[in-house]
Ligand binder design. Structure first.
Ligand code: PLP
Length: 389
């Protein structure tokens, strides 16, 4: 029987539901309860300089809270990488702002600081960055650009949890950052996220926006006798059931991260020489960066090779997959901007997203399976050459 190797599976730790049971037995399963506060305090230990941490129903919703907090209008421009998930942009578009797409740097696929600088206008309000695959963007440069131009910085840190640069955690540079606990992420609870508020002037209002625009947080803390609707907001709380799953995962985060690191490093060590010989780019790991080991990607020299590699892996039962379709040419953007794809504003994002493939990577993926993937990857070009004769 052919082996089937999945791209991703959420971590299984044993006794995964222990805290969920606690929530159910307590009869209090809605958000902002004991487990939520416990998980927020575990996260606070990771981001010790943060003004506050709010668990949310997703990373998308954490970005939406930020967009509400910025009081955007139609003239405001938000610089967002083109090579990212749609939520990075849609949260701000939903509040009426204009999204300005920045190109990626090669080989990291992270937002290019030069591209950011070229796009700044008097209407620019904020820069959003994504630490692609778990490697930090050039945050010192980006923070300097933001400071010079008086801009808010948001780190969409869906990939970068536990990553750092010069010993500073990814997610602690900007005014805000967000985490995703979606089932595809390193730490997960099915669907879930967090908002890290680093700039304390936004904290109180963030709590209101998360609670449907009410001051219920103050009511629960005993500061007021009745809670009222005082601002814009929506239903952005994580349930206690999800928080229970998340608590178990976070208490085991060292184990999960170590498991992912072993696989990631095994790919890197085994494939480096082959990659160099075949003009294939692997993720970089600069010495002053700690990678978050979210993704292991390879960039192929041409779209044709990428396509045949994807088919080759599929035929072998190995789930290797591409990633984002650049947002600057997404149908909704072309429609909004009344233009066609021909004006390719972010060439690196387009060219390299067509050539990018990610290998299976998850906590619990057996090393024998990793070695099987490596063996097959290494034989890819060799097999192509053989077939020429
Ligand atoms: C960079 C990035 N931001 C945001 C999200 C959305 O995360 P969530 O599913 O938690 O809303 C994703 C999802 O994969 C992502 O890759």
């Amino acid at each position: 029987m052919q082996r089937k190797i999945r791209f991703n599976k959420a971590p299984l730790l044993g006794d995964d539901l222990i805290y969920v049971e606690q929530a159910i037995k307590s009869g209090l399963t809605f958000g902002d309860g004991t487990l939520t506060r416990e998980v927020e305090s575990i996260l606070q230990d990771q981001f010790d300089d943060a003004a506050g941490i709010l668990l949310t129903s997703s990373c998308t919703h954490a970005l939406e809270i930020i967009a509400i907090l910025l009081d955007l209008n139609k003239d405001d421009e938000i610089i967002v990488p083109s090579f990212t998930f749609c939520s990075t942009a849609s949260a701000f578009m939903m509040q009426g702002a204009k999204i300005i797409f920045a190109d990626s740097e090669i080989p990291t696929m992270n937002i290019d600081p030069q591209s950011i600088e070229n796009l700044i206008t008097p209407n620019t309000k904020a820069i959003v960055v994504v630490h692609y695959g778990g490697l930090g963007c050039k945050m010192e440069k980006i923070m300097n650009i933001a400071k010079e131009n008086n801009l808010i910085v948001i780190e969409d840190n869906a990939h970068g949890f536990f990553g750092s640069m010069n010993q500073k955690q990814l997610g602690s540079f900007g005014d805000f950052s967000t985490l995703s606990f979606h089932g595809t992420k390193n730490i997960s609870c099915g669907e879930g996220g967090a908002l890290i508020v680093n700039n304390d002037r936004f904290l109180d209002r963030a709590r209101v926006v998360r609670e449907k625009g009410t001051n219920r947080f103050n009511f629960k803390s005993g500061k007021i006798k009745k809670y009222e609707w005082i601002d814009l907001g929506s239903s952005y709380l994580m349930s206690e059931i999800s928080a229970g799953i998340l608590k178990k995962q976070l208490l085991n985060s060292n184990k999960i991260q170590m498991g992912r690191k072993i696989i990631w490093m095994r790919y890197l060590n085994a494939l480096s020489e082959w990659a160099e010989e075949n003009d294939i780019t692997l993720p970089s790991k600069p010495h002053n960066y700690t990678h978050a080991y979210h993704a292991f990607h390879m960039i192929f020299p041409s779209f044709e090779t990428t396509k045949s590699f994807l088919k080759y892996m599929e035929d072998l039962g190995i789930e290797a997959i591409s990633h984002y379709v650049p947002l600057h040419n997404a149908p909704i953007v072309l429609q909004t901007e009344k233009r066609t794809k021909e004006l390719n504003l972010c060439p690196n994002s387009s060219i390299y997203s067509d050539r990018l493939v990610r290998l299976p990577l998850y906590y619990g993926l057996e090393l024998s399976s990793v070695d099987y993937v490596i063996e097959k990857v290494l034989s890819f070009v060799v097999e192509k050459q053989k077939s020429k004769f």
